[in-house]
Write a protein of this length. Structure first.
Length: 384
């Protein structure tokens, strides 16, 4: 093992020579002896020792404490003070220099060796820790740069996809209108000339065109949610639910619906997006409970499972429910668990509900069993 190189800073030549002999006997290498702070700085820069043994009273303008501070600042060189002075002001100044040891003269040779070994070991540990921290910072910086680049790439890809969706939607609208228009002409002007097997074809074509148009509209609405600016505010979710429910029921005269909207704590959400979210959830509850007499729809709240101070809102209905095995498909765009002919809609509503909830920093999930109704849970941030 290469012996550790030490620097002696001592203004008394006899003491310095004796100290040098002791260090050599214990296997250390002495790179030089300095009598002043200025000389110590020069030798340290030249030889780069691993440790300095420093007297406090030195020749020249700098004392040992000032020299130690400069060595630490310029070279990260650890220092052990060797001094005959232990008055309170000197000790306080010495402590502020962050030495690796302080021995009073005269000192025991074994005590000196132990202090040197401890100081060397401590400084090496600090050096390795600093290197590790630097490597971690470099790694973090590299990862952050990679994340920024990847995020920019994904953002560019999403923007390109959204542009394509808008372009395709725009170009689809014209042929869809033509399909619906020409099928209407067939029905109104030429229906009598159509053979019996083909008499229903125009209406099928028109219906398919209308469904395709709704799919295009819903796709655009879903894509545009990502770009919509958020304006979070304190929202009375109970009042918003009552307003939305009233409008939905008014649009379905003759329905027998029992509505229960509990007193709900306010949430922090974008008012416009929250309203759209409630429209999706409540219209979904009305749709799949249409065969119930009466339909029973409840909007309530319960404590959060993990954090009781957080609120979990829910929308519960007594409709047809769903098999929990297919719960993962509920929130996928255009995914429908029932035949499209059985219930109106495109299967985009719950996918939009999921995207709206996530954009507002919340979470949505559902629980159900077939013919046992469904409950949709909604966790949204609380107002500050």
């Amino acid at each position: 093992m290469t012996p550790a190189t030490l620097l002696i800073v001592e203004d008394q030549a006899v003491v310095a020579a004796d100290l040098g002999d002791r260090l050599v006997r214990h296997g250390y290498k002495v790179c030089g002896v300095a009598a002043s702070g200025e000389e110590a700085l020069a030798l340290a820069h030249q030889h780069r020792p691993r440790l300095a043994l420093m007297d406090i009273r030195l020749q020249g303008e700098m004392d040992g404490i000032q020299t130690a501070e400069m060595l630490r600042h310029e070279l990260d060189l650890p220092v052990i003070f060797l001094s005959a002075h232990s008055d309170e002001p000197t000790l306080q100044r010495a402590k502020n220099a962050a030495p690796y040891g302080f021995l009073m003269k005269p000192f025991d040779e074994r005590e000196l060796q132990l202090n040197i070994e401890v100081a060397l070991h401590k400084h090496e540990g600090e050096r390795q820790l600093a290197v590790a921290h630097l490597e971690i910072r470099h790694l973090n910086a590299s990862l952050e740069q990679g994340v920024r680049e990847r995020t920019a790439e994904l953002e560019a890809a999403l923007t390109e996809i959204e542009g394509l969706v808008h372009a395709v939607a725009h170009h689809l609208r014209s042929p869809l209108r033509a399909m619906e228009g020409y099928s209407h002409l067939l029905l109104t002007r030429y229906a009598a000339n159509l053979p019996e097997p083909a008499s229903r074809f125009p209406e099928v074509i028109a219906g398919s065109a209308r469904r395709m148009a709704r799919l295009v509209d819903d796709l655009l609405s879903f894509v545009n949610l990502r770009q919509q600016a958020l304006s979070p505010a304190r929202v009375d979710i109970a009042a918003a639910a009552r307003e939305v429910m009233g409008e939905l029921i008014a649009a379905q005269p003759g329905r027998s619906v029992d509505t229960h909207i509990e007193e709900l704590p306010a949430c922090q959400a974008d008012p416009e997006l929250l309203r759209r979210l409630l429209v999706e959830l409540l219209s979904n509850a009305l749709k799949f409970s249409r065969d119930r007499q009466p339909a029973i729809i409840t909007v309530g709240v319960r404590p959060g499972p993990d954090q009781p101070d957080q609120h979990v809102y829910f929308v519960r209905d007594n409709g047809i429910g769903f098999d929990p095995l297919y719960a993962d498909k509920l929130f996928k765009l255009f995914s429908q668990l029932n035949l499209p002919e059985a219930y109106e809609g495109t299967g985009a509503g719950l996918a939009m509900a999921l995207r709206i909830t996530e954009r507002m920093g919340g979470r949505i999930w559902a629980e159900s069993s077939p013919e046992q109704g469904a409950t949709f849970f909604l966790n949204l941030p609380s107002p500050p």
